[in-house]
Design a protein around this ligand. Structure first.
Ligand SMILES: Cc1cc2nc3c(=O)[nH]c(=O)nc-3n(C[C@H](O)[C@H](O)[C@H](O)COP(=O)(O)OP(=O)(O)OC[C@H]3O[C@@H](n4cnc5c(N)ncnc54)[C@H](O)[C@@H]3O)c2cc1C
Length: 185
């Protein structure tokens, strides 16, 4: 195998897709099953929309003109300068990327990478040899930690919360449509 991608989130799947289309023999190990959901603002910035489009991935959603920061009665707006972003359910994005990766011939295994070793011929992960490994295992990357590549962390941990609301455009009332999800940042 030329490339083992550890982590099947957006970064890992996009990397695998680029590598497969460049002719490499690629596998992805993702420890969670099926379509992975996470607490997320679910807004693709214009650059992400363009990068996905270049990969032939066109997730359906709603155009985002810019960002509004709100604090009580005050707000500040900033429109995007490079075309619209897109509001997309994270599960929709993950499903489309996963479909594209599988169609490109990448193997996606439900498996947790635990031990990484490097030698002159490449990398061995839990007994599996690959030319290269991409650690796309998220913000708190266990592989980065295991290899001693962590940078000093913020003293105070932060957490993000996500909840879905059903809201007509321009409306001021909404209805909660799902449970809250919490995620360390
Ligand atoms: C609260 C919150 C809101 C956000 N909102 C937005 C937003 O609106 N728009 C935006 O663009 N970004 C947003 N982000 C950032 C975005 O979620 C991340 O940038 C993105 O998830 C990074 O993708 P990734 O593939 O690197 O990591 P992840 O999505 O975290 O994927 C890593 C994957 O690796 C797997 N994994 C971990 N360890 C192993 C292992 N040892 N073996 C196998 N698999 C493993 C995990 O199961 C996981 O699926 C938000 C982040 C937070 C915390």
């Amino acid at each position: 195998m030329d490339l083992l991608v550890v982590g099947g989130g957006p970064a890992g799947l996009a990397t695998a897709l680029h590598a497969a289309r460049a002719g490499l023999d690629v596998s992805v190990w993702e420890q969670r099953a099926g379509i992975v959901d996470k607490a997320c603002g679910e807004g693709l910035m214009p650059g992400a929309v363009a990068a996905l489009s270049a990969l032939g991935v066109h997730p359906p959603g709603y155009d985002l003109r810019g960002i509004r920061y709100v604090a009580g009665p005050r707000h500040v707006d900033a429109d995007f300068g490079a075309g619209p972003g897109r509001g997309v359910r994270r599960t929709t994005l993950h499903a489309l990327l996963r479909e594209a990766v599988l169609a490109a011939g990448v193997r996606v295994d439900q498996r947790t990478a635990r031990h990484v070793e490097q030698d002159q011929d490449g990398v061995v992960v839990d007994g599996t040899r690959a030319g290269h490994v991409v650690a796309a295992d998220g913000l708190h990357s266990p592989i980065r930690s295991a290899l001693g590549l962590n940078r000093p962390r913020r003293a105070r941990p932060r957490h993000g919360l996500r909840r879905h609301y059903s809201l007509a455009p321009g409306a001021t009332t909404w209805r909660c449509t799902g449970p809250a999800r919490r995620r360390p940042m």
